[in-house]
Write a protein that binds this ligand. Structure first.
Ligand code: TRP
Ligand code: ZN
Length: 487
């Protein structure tokens, strides 16, 4: 639902790489375009433009993650049919994608990691396809015209392989567990279980049809449609998320689960699920998730989705993810602070999504600050007190050397993005006062519900609502690799 094209030169370079690297026998498109473009090159830009004019870029245009997402189209809807057997770790899937072209497309890419693709159709007609690294390159039988709606169907199967990141992201994506799978995909692990436009700058609606052995429960985003249907020892669960959702927030977590369902005091549907190992935490997860969802609705504005809740699985990730409508907790009983954090993300990160990963503090700084607001609300330490404690750390501490307003791709989830990002909000609150600050939080949500946000837009709104010039505050707190001394 958003688009931006790569700079022409960068696109040409990437296409060049794709044109030669790892082309399998199934590669269907001819190389003649590349040859022509490469040969007749009087002026780089002009040639590249002709060359790329009808070829979707392999990345959506996030310079820090050049191959994430894709250019040339916006996805509006995914219909994901997933069949999974925990014992054999075999997944077979059919992904139906409804999209709209943002340029003429003789060829376009989807992101997909692993699997064997057996068939791709575009508008119902067989399309040629090729694989290159995590790109599935599709050449439809007929060119898709700019602005045309089109459908893609990809049939694929294999053993899903999560991403094992060597820096600080750990293991993420579709992670097989003994009784199912723990599916948490930030930042770019959706490609480990379905083909798509794997970047938060292209949100879409989702339908899920997940088939598992009888006795296994499949949980996905949004609400269940109908009742699970069992035949021949396999059960199909149908879920639907009717609000736009970033690919990294999609989940099909499966396993043995105990469920508790009902409504929050304010009337929002609430679904909690725990692995039997966490039976004792089910009631607390359900109750706290309901209370915190209701409280955030009074602070940030109406809850943006149709249900809330949470899932504790027995995969000991040691982390949690803010999966839309169903935060996932990996192998631990979450306390108030973490539940407050993941549910705050439903507003900051899920309803309002970042266009570029460098703006991650708009998710994590706000969710961390929400932990402090919850503490303050409960009569424990105030946000100001928590801020003071962090501020008292030595000027040599690592956090002060990392400017949180520009998250680094090789160290995206640095503590500074979380803690110093949260501190920037307390500094702002002290500078503009509580009335303007809380009005800002609500207005920010109201103006960008289900949309995309940037740091520049937040700063502009803070200035508009407070009537104050805030450049130096944000410069010091977000963009300077040094401990701030004023605000
Ligand atoms: N966004 C998560 C949080 O702060 C942390 C996180 C980053 C994560 N990458 C992840 C969780 C991958 C699970 C998988 O709550
Ligand atoms: Zn977070």
């Amino acid at each position: 639902m958003a688009s931006r094209r790569l700079a022409i030169a960068a696109t040409a370079a990437l296409i060049g790489t794709l044109g030669t690297a790892g082309c399998s026998a199934s590669r269907g498109d001819s190389d003649s375009t590349s040859a022509v473009a490469g040969g007749a090159a009087p002026a780089g830009a002009g040639t590249a433009q002709r060359h790329t004019g009808r070829i979707g870029a392999p990345g959506i245009g996030d310079p820090d993650f050049p191959n994430d997402g894709n250019g040339g189209y916006d996805v509006g809807h995914y219909r994901l049919k997933i069949d999974y057997t925990p014992e054999t770790k075999h997944l077979s899937g059919v992904a139906g994608i409804e999209a709209k072209a943002t340029q003429d497309l003789e060829r376009f890419n989807l992101d997909l990691s692993g699997f064997t693709v057996s068939r791709v159709t575009v508008n119902g007609a067989a399309a040629r396809f090729a694989r290159s690294a995590d790109e599935l390159i599709v050449t439809p039988a007929r060119m898709i015209s700019d602005k045309a709606a089109f459908t893609v169907e990809v049939t694929y199967a294999g053993e899903p392989k999560p991403v094992r990141d060597s820096s600080n992201l750990g293991t993420y994506g579709f992670i097989p567990t003994s009784d199912g799978a723990f599916v948490t995909c930030e930042p770019n692990g959706a490609r480990t279980w379905f083909p798509g436009n794997d970047h938060p700058a292209d949100k879409a609606r989702y339908d899920f049809e997940v088939t598992v052995p009888e006795g296994v429960t499949a949980l996905a985003n949004g609400e269940m449609v109908g009742s699970p249907a069992t035949s021949a020892g396999r059960t199909t669960y149908t879920w639907r998320e009717t609000h736009p959702m970033a690919s990294y927030l999609a989940t099909v977590t499966m396993g043995r689960f105990e469920l508790r369902e009902g409504r929050t005091a304010a009337g929002i549907k609430n679904v909690a699920a725990v692995d039997p190992r966490y039976s004792g935490s089910l009631d607390n997860l359900y109750t706290l998730s309901g209370k915190i969802t209701d409280y955030w609705s009074t602070v940030f504005g109406p809850y943006p989705f149709s249900s809330t809740g949470g899932v504790i699985d027995d995969f000991s990730a040691g982390y949690a993810l803010e999966n839309q409508t169903k935060p996932m907790y990996g192998g631990f009983t979450p306390g108030d602070d973490i539940i407050a954090h993941e549910l705050a993300h439903q507003w900051f990160g899920d309803s309002m999504s970042i266009k570029r990963w460098k703006d991650l503090w708009l998710n994590e700084g706000f969710a961390t600050y929400a932990e402090w607001l919850w503490s303050e609300h409960k009569g424990h330490a105030s946000a100001e007190k928590i801020f003071r404690t962090h501020y008292s750390t030595s000027a040599d501490a690592a956090m002060w050397k990392y400017a949180p307003g520009r998250a680094k791709p090789e160290d995206l989830f640095n503590d500074s993005v979380y803690t110093r990002g949260g501190m920037a909000l307390q500094a702002l609150r002290e500078r503009i006062g509580d009335t303007a600050f809380f009005k800002l939080l609500k207005t920010w949500n109201a103006e960008h519900k289900y949309g995309y946000v940037t740091t520049e837009e937040f700063i502009a709104l803070a200035e508009r609502i407070s009537g104050k010039q805030l450049d130096s505050l944000f410069e010091a707190w977000l963009f300077t690799p040094r401990k701030p001394t004023t605000w």
